[in-house]
Design a protein around this ligand. Sequence first.
Ligand code: NAD
Length: 267
Amino acid sequence: MSLGIGIVGAGGRMGRMLIDVVQRQPGTHLAAATDRSGGEAVGRDAGELAGQGALGVRVGDDIDAAVAASDAVIDFSLPEATEIVAAACARNGRPLVLGTTGLGEAQQAAIDGLAQQGAVMQAANYSTGVTLLTALVEQAARAIGVQSDIEIIEAHHRHKVDAPSGTALRLGEAVADALGRDLRQCAVYGREGQTGERDRQTIGFETIRAGDIVGEHTVLFGGDGERIELTHKASSRTTFAAGAVRAATWLVEQPPGRYDMRDLIGV
Ligand code: NAD
């Protein structure tokens, strides 16, 4: 039986890509699509938005109705929607794949609340390659992190509104956890002026915003006489959309709880 997927943020860059992947992939179909009330996507045919031709599914602005009409929900929108989506998933008993980044404490708490009663996956990056990169970065941090200066460099398109990227922060947490450090204490965001010498205990973040870069992340371990750079480059948003749809089909089989992509791909 085909899995009916509801998409929140359907009019966005990721939303349109998700509509396309959901419709093309065997075993899934678009059950509902929703976007911000008053947004230009609302009222339009979701298939036409995604450049596929009419599908007969109109983009609505009622999150609860969209969730109720779906077997699983994928949300790539803005943090403003997260608490409403989490509450709707809890009320209707639907699993949630959350891709939105830049969440605050209240939104994270809403996801924790949902995980008590339903399955929720939250990943800062749904690509298989970045999931693997995170595991490799942890391994490198454990092996050489203590004697290295660790810098995380990320680049994204000019429309991205949060920085550093959710993926960069997740990579930073992976490094900090592997080294027994607290990222909130040791992160340094950008540098300017008389910074003094670098403290080896810190983890540095640098952000690039330019053009149409889909997403690039490098974790650099700088030692004496050598350095290691682990890099992932996304060349198309399809990788995130395909990962999120794969996550939704996996999540409907899981008991309540919080999951991430590492649970799915087993690293
Ligand atoms: P975008 O700005 O193109 O699209 C966001 C969409 O959400 C817009 O259509 C907007 O109208 C809609 N929206 C805003 N508020 C809403 C609300 N209250 N209810 C319903 N819809 C609402 O952004 P994008 O590039 O598609 O990215 C969306 C989010 O996904 C961002 O947080 C981005 O960082 C994240 N993202 C995550 C991954 C991942 O793999 N986890 C990959 C790419 C992007």
